[in-house]
Design a protein around this ligand. Structure first.
Ligand SMILES: Nc1ncnc2c1ncn2[C@@H]1O[C@H](COP(=O)(O)OP(=O)(O)OP(=O)(O)O)[C@@H](O)[C@H]1O
Ligand SMILES: [Mg+2]
Length: 496
């Protein structure tokens, strides 16, 4: 029985030690040996070596001797090699046959992993609340920009290019566009952005634009080289997603460089043949490689780098979410990601993006002021006056007639009486009293055919898909511009 009990104690997952009154170690089970890094016969005083905290050590001795029990004390312990770890400690006295206290039994649990998890949870919660804050601000910002962006655009389109006011309007336009991009980044950070993976995009342009911003932040000692060829096939990915990928990989590379070095971006089209893929389906891809000549990734870490929360950075410097986000995005696209690295030499991430089916490059055409009357009337429903007026101006510029209503109820009444004159309805999603979706359904009860566009200042994942599924012809994210309107309308009215 005795040997069975000592076996059980030896097998305990928690550390168990017994020490004499003077602090000399008598027994340590297997977990304790591992946790405290006990090698041979450790001779130092357990209290001053392992517990160290004098107040705690004294209270253990005094408390126990006076009969107080000491259970589940949260404290820091040290191993025999001087490393600190957080622990939960329970101490009891050991008595001889005459009930005389002859030593102490200490049971302790290593709390490092749990504490780490707790810190990560805190970090995740912090990220979530910052995310909520960010998306709130982004929403307000979007509304403000809806008033600025198209106005600046309209001024530019209606005055001479060599006038002083053109340059001023251009400056406003450019700043507002930049502000719009910041809003997009905020929304993307808040994981609340409008993701549209049906977009076909030129990787070269996306990488160049992101690198232009990033390389300025990296300082002169870090050389960011963009080797992407111009004529790459298009890939199917949302622009904010690609930005997230590039930013995460570039920041990781910068961190690996320790102040100076080179980060190279290159790309080429590749074709994966059947059974060649190594996890990738056969087909055509664009392969993007991001390489740095930094410190590299140790072999024991390489398997873990895509795990959420795996980080080798100091607390506060990294959350370990960068690569797991990248991995998630790539997997969603049915693409692939591979990593190659040698310590103190290089790290290279190879990303396989499936090519888009639409591979003729479509030139973007600047919309022109339309002198010809389109003979179409658009009903605009938005609770915000500035947005109604803006949309009205933009549509007039494109040659459309407009009717504006400030609420769902007014729009429905208007549509009931004038439906024969209305060719298209644009409804804002978020309005007081009756929201855009309910307004949509009320209008549908009156007319099943009329094209309806839903617009919104709040970006939400899948909103676009939801709205199209509901039956809207399009979903436009504010702040909208003339180009977006013109494109959307052309598609809608192209059959007439
Ligand atoms: N280019 C690289 N060179 C060397 N190590 C890298 C490189 N990229 C990633 N790593 C390693 O992979 C770990 C995980 O990267 P990941 O981007 O997921 O998290 P992080 O950068 O630590 O934190 P976060 O991106 O959330 O700020 C890093 O901590 C680092 O150890
Ligand atoms: Mg990172």
């Amino acid at each position: 029985m005795k040997s069975r009990l000592s076996e059980l104690i030896d097998d305990l997952h928690d550390g168990f030690c017994s020490v004499r009154m003077n602090g000399a170690l008598v027994y340590a089970n297997r977990s304790a040996k591992k946790l405290l890094r006990i090698e041979n016969n450790e001779t130092t005083d357990f209290f001053s070596t392992i517990i160290r905290n004098k107040v705690l050590a004294e209270s253990i001795k005094k408390g126990l001797l006076s009969g107080t029990s000491l259970n589940d004390i949260e404290c820091d312990l040290y191993d025999y090699k001087d490393n600190k770890f957080p622990a939960i400690l329970t101490v009891n006295t050991i008595k001889d046959v005459d009930e005389k206290v002859i030593g102490f039994a200490l049971l302790f649990k290593d709390m490092s992993a749990l504490k780490e998890m707790y810190n990560q949870l805190l970090q995740a919660q912090k990220m979530e609340s910052i995310g909520m804050l960010a998306s709130g601000i982004a929403h307000e910002f979007n509304n403000l920009l809806s008033g600025i962006l198209p106005n600046a655009e309209l001024i530019k389109m209606t005055i001479e290019e060599d006038s002083a006011n053109f340059a001023r309007a251009d400056a406003i336009h450019k700043s507002a566009q930049r502000a719009g991009n910041i809003v997009k980044q905020l929304l993307s950070f808040a994981r609340n952005d409008q993701i549209d993976d049906d977009v076909s995009l030129n990787l070269n342009r996306a990488v160049s634009e992101t690198l232009e911003i990033m390389s300025k932040l990296f300082g002169r000692e870090i050389n960011v080289v963009n080797k992407l060829p111009i004529n790459l096939p298009l890939i199917k990915i949302d622009p904010t997603r690609i930005q997230q990928i590039i930013m995460n990989l570039a920041i990781n590379a910068r961190d690996a460089l320790d102040g100076s070095g080179m980060i190279t971006f290159s790309a080429k089209p590749v074709e994966i043949k059947p059974r060649e893929g190594n996890g990738l389906a056969e087909g055509k891809y664009v392969l993007l490689s991001v390489e740095d000549n930094g410190k590299g990734i140790p072999e024991e870490s390489i398997e873990k780098i895509f795990d959420p929360f795996f980080t080798t950075k100091e607390p506060g410097k990294g959350t370990g979410l960068g690569l797991s986000t990248v991995y998630g995005i790539i997997k969603n696209l049915q693409g692939g990601i591979k990593v190659f690295s040698e310590e103190n030499k290089y790290t290279r991430f190879d990303l396989y993006f499936p090519q888009s089916q639409y591979n003729e490059t479509v030139e973007e055409i600047e919309p022109e002021a339309s002198t010809e009357e389109k003979n179409k009337t658009v009903l605009i429903v938005d609770d915000e006056k500035v947005i109604r007026e803006m949309a009205k101006d933009m549509l007039a510029y494109l040659g459309y007639k407009t009717i504006c209503e400030d609420s769902a109820a007014h729009a429905i009444t208007r549509f009931k009486s004038d439906q024969n004159e209305i060719d298209l309805i644009i409804i804002d999603l978020i309005m007081p009293k009756m929201n855009g979706v309910n307004c949509y359904h009320e209008i549908r009860k009156i007319n099943k055919e009329i094209p309806i566009i839903i617009t919104s200042g709040v970006g939400e994942t899948n909103k676009r898909k939801d709205m199209l599924k509901m039956g809207a012809v399009d979903y436009l994210q504010k702040p909208y511009d003339i180009k977006t309107f013109s494109k959307a309308f052309e598609k809608i009215f192209s059959d007439d």
